[in-house]
Design a protein around this ligand. Structure first.
Ligand SMILES: [Fe+2]
Ligand SMILES: [Fe+2]
Length: 284
């Protein structure tokens, strides 16, 4: 029998993210954002560089605490929420400075600051643990968030590579077109989902396409990271870690899709889970 969104089993089939694992993932991301900001600030901006350095230390310490616990609660959770809120404000302050031309820009793009500010807000939302929605709307919300981030990663790579890296730039331009289209479609599907259809099989087909394209992008980022480490890539990337960072974010997106898609197939489609299993076997 096909389970619908109204069946008790499906109301409970929300994929519970493991909050501790999530916090460990995102705290590392936050620490690295602070490093990227610091490396991108002009040398004479001593105070801002110090502030960035403080955030590196704050998140380093929080990560050590996260490694020692088996549950995310109490003081640690409160400290984490506080640190993320302050970091969001720091990123917003830097972005305002650039928007208002109040300081020399260094090499932190305004869109990069907005991008990492959005990632911090995403983390904060997760820490505050909003009431989970049904799998379909959760999947679409995550897709809209992550596809936008993936598209911007490509844009940053394009702007950080040396103009002589023509072949790689061409591949990235094509990939950017694909992700722009995917983003537009994800937003359309999320809007259509507001009508609360009982099943929405097109989302499954779309998500499988998103997974395939994200895997290719993930591999491209991994290759770029390896090349940068071996000093075989001409770019103004401040540290190869940035390429590994965006590769990890692609893997995080894939992990979430791998977790959510079977739930959506089960609860919000007329398809059989076997279809998905076959697809996953082909992919992973
Ligand atoms: Fe990031
Ligand atoms: Fe990112």
């Amino acid at each position: 029998m096909n389970k619908t969104i109204n069946s008790p089993q499906c109301r409970d089939c929300i994929c519970e993210f493991n909050r501790l694992e999530e916090a460990r993932f995102w705290a590392r991301i936050m620490q690295e954002h602070a490093l990227f900001i610091k490396l991108g600030l002009p040398a004479e901006e001593h105070e801002l560089r110090e502030e960035a350095e403080d955030f590196i230390l704050i998140f380093k310490e929080l990560r050590a605490r996260l490694d020692r616990v088996s549950r995310l609660e109490g003081d640690l959770l409160r400290d984490l929420i506080e640190a993320v809120k302050e970091f969001i404000e720091f990123k917003a302050k830097l972005l305002r400075i650039l928007i208002q031309c109040k300081a020399p820009p260094g090499s932190n793009y305004p869109l990069l600051l907005d991008h990492i500010r959005r990632e911090a807000m995403h983390f904060l939302e997760l820490l505050k643990m909003p009431v989970p929605k049904d799998p379909l709307s959760t999947l679409l919300r995550e897709e809209v968030f992550w596809i936008r981030q993936m598209k911007e990663h490509i844009e940053f790579m394009i702007h950080l590579l040396d103009p002589s890296e023509r072949e790689l730039l061409e591949v990235l331009q094509e990939t950017k077109k694909t992700f722009s289209r995917l983003l537009e479609t994800a937003r359309d599907l999320e809007s259509m989902d507001e009508t609360r259809p009982r099943h929405f099989n097109t989302v499954i087909r779309f998500t499988e396409n998103v997974i395939s394209n994200t895997m290719a992008l993930r591999d491209l980022k991994a290759t770029a990271f390896e090349l940068a480490k071996l000093c075989e890539l001409l770019s103004i990337v401040s540290t190869p870690l940035l390429l590994d960072h965006i590769r990890r974010e692609a893997d995080k997106f894939l992990d979430e899709m791998q977790l959510l898609l079977p739930e959506v197939i089960r609860c919000n489609s007329t398809l059989k889970e076997d279809n998905f299993n076959d697809f996953m076997k082909k992919c992973f």
